[in-house]
Design a protein around this ligand. Sequence first.
Ligand code: KG4
Ligand code: ZN
Length: 354
Amino acid sequence: MTLKLNSNSLILGIESSCDETAAAVLRGGREILSSVVASQDKLHARFGGVVPEVASRKHVEVITIVVDDAMKRAGVNWDDLAAIAVTQGPGLIGSLLVGMSAAKGYAIGRGLPLIGVNHIEGHVMSNFVHEPGEPPAGEDLMPTLCLVASGGHSDLVLISDWGQYLILGWTRDDAAGEALDKAARVMGLGYPGGPVIDRLARGGNPAAIGFPRPVIAGSLDFSFSGLKTALVRHVQEHGLEATPGGLADLAASFQQAVADTLVRNVRAAAAHWRVRQIMMAGGVAANSCLRAGMSALQAELGIPVHYPALRFCTDNAAMVAAAGYVTGLRKGASELNMDPYSTLPLAEHVPNGG
Ligand code: KG4
Ligand code: ZN
């Protein structure tokens, strides 16, 4: 189906790659008319992490309710839409299938073009969405370096232009958010761990315990599993309350090690590629310690550091509609028989980061 997009085009975005069911309507790829997110956090909390089968079933239960709600809040009709954008990957395959099937159903039923979106490009685009009446959020300053740090990803994305990306580094094992979630489980803090550690760490001393800052020689890739092992070993040997600040010291020291590791590679990538701005995205971009580290980097490098609004750091569909707009302009509509993929690289990975 032919796709025609302009700065007034309305796109319905649908996101279901992990444990958030989300739908949003955006005008011109940037102005948010509605954004609805149904989080499954509470459902997975008792398991200490996302259970894929449980996630898929919940998506099935709520997806049409979430889409209807997003359409109603936007105050638009199906005939007003120019296209439907849906996350094609990466993510949990069962979860992706629910959003993809729903999007195909709506597209066929309403005669609308469909646009498959890369979830990581979505996270990048969360820097550019804004409420009606507000000025556009991020600026198109190229090249831009975006750190996408979430429960599933720790990617350093170089953006030379829209659609022209390079992955300068990614995680070889655990993602940054996954490391925080696993650490929280070791500390008995529940799921998701990132926000709890963030809160608890405010009362702790980040220098109390000397955790490693994992480095991979000759690469900007990340590896957080050794850091997690260091935490487990520390707790086995010294318990949870080894220093005067107790659990708060442990949380602050671990969080500082994760943040320092991320900031160190962002600094190296930004300097090597002489980027004009740095952007953050993903759930971990909400972390206050990481934000403090990035502010220091902003002063050090003299280039702006941009964050999405807090509610657009974690998974949402506004970012999917935004990515749908740039993807649609670039590639046109997707085939109605497209498949979702659990692994879907956004771009080529540069092994040595530069
Ligand atoms: O982007 P997101 O919603 O989902 C994925 O695509 O993975 O990110 C969720 C991750 C979880 O690991 C959660 O612990 C982490 O983001 N997170 C945080 C904070 N808020 C969420 N990590 C650190 N500090 C926070 N304030
Ligand atoms: Zn995500």
